[in-house]
Design a protein around this ligand. Structure first.
Ligand SMILES: [Ca+2]
Length: 290
């Protein structure tokens, strides 16, 4: 019985040891595999754990840096606009329209940027405070660069007010020219006119020369409104045509003192004026040239 017990115990121990050895050797290979793979995994898992730890940090960092990035991103956009010399800004047409604050440019005296009249947008509006140039355009010349991506004909309108006197027919106009556009004209129904001095005819009644239109607002409602006409007593809307994509120039120069200009728009006929001047319409993007 004792022998049997011993031999049974021996067999049991043997089986136990054999089992252990077998299970160890079976586990070894997967372990080794794990280790081998885990060398590969180790780095990622290190990274993961870094990421994990970092991920808390980097979660914070990320959200911080995202905010920072976003802030910087927006700031950079705005800043780059801000760091850009105003005269180097290029207004980018997109989707068939341009909408821009006119005060975003470099003005020299006696152009003034003011902000006392109600209902302007942006930083304010410009007002000519010097001598009037009712018959001779080109004084206080200010240039805008516009990059056209969608060639075609655009209507031009600006938001202006009369800040001197109580008559809607005085202090109500400023000179406008597109010197390198393919066409610059005004239209009222079937009547189409071209600027005096453009080499094209007919020309509008009223002052003008050298390709400039005198662009006025009418009516005795003197506060800001979107309106732009030429041709005395026969309001013709203003149009400009760009036959190909590229950079073009818009120029304004002083005519009446006290004519306040807040903002301007150019838009293709797929839009109405209301479409492009409504509250939801974003200003055109600006890039920095030179
Ligand atoms: Ca403005």
């Amino acid at each position: 019985m004792i022998m049997k017990k011993i031999s049974l115990n021996s067999i049991f121990i043997f089986l136990l040891l054999f089992g252990l050895i077998t299970s160890c050797s079976e586990e070894e290979s997967p372990l080794v595999d794990d280790m081998e793979q885990s060398e590969g995994d180790n780095d990622p898992s290190g990274d993961d754990s870094d990421d994990g730890t970092g991920s808390d940090d980097s979660g914070n960092d990320d959200s911080g840096s995202d905010t920072g990035d976003d802030g910087n991103g927006e700031g950079t956009g705005g800043d780059s606009g801000g760091n850009c010399e105003p005269q180097d800004e290029i207004i980018l047409e997109a989707d068939g329209y341009v909408l821009a604050e006119i005060e975003r440019n470099a003005y020299s005296d006696p152009w003034e940027i003011e902000n006392v009249e109600p209902n302007f947008s942006g930083e304010g509006y410009i007002v000519w405070t010097g001598t009037q140039y009712l018959g001779n355009p080109g004084n206080g010349l200010t240039t805008f660069k516009i990059l056209i991506s969608n060639p075609g004909t655009y209507e031009f309108v600006w938001n202006t007010s009369v800040t001197i006197g109580s008559s809607g027919t005085d202090h109500n106009d400023t000179w406008l020219r597109f010197p390198d556009a393919d066409d610059f004209f005004a239209q009222n129904g079937g009547s189409v006119v071209y600027p005096h001095g453009s080499g094209k005819s007919p020309n509008p009644a009223g002052a003008g020369s050298d390709g400039w239109f005198k662009v006025y607002r009418s009516g005795n409602d003197l506060s800001f409104k979107w309106q732009a006409y030429t041709f005395d007593n026969n309001p013709h809307k203003i149009y400009v045509t760009f036959n190909s994509a590229g950079e073009y120039t818009m120029e304004i120069s002083a005519r009446s003192s006290g004519h306040a200009i807040d903002k301007f728009v150019l838009f293709q006929d797929s839009y109405s004026l209301g479409d492009v001047t409504g509250e939801g319409t974003a200003d055109s993007e600006v890039s920095c040239g030179n």
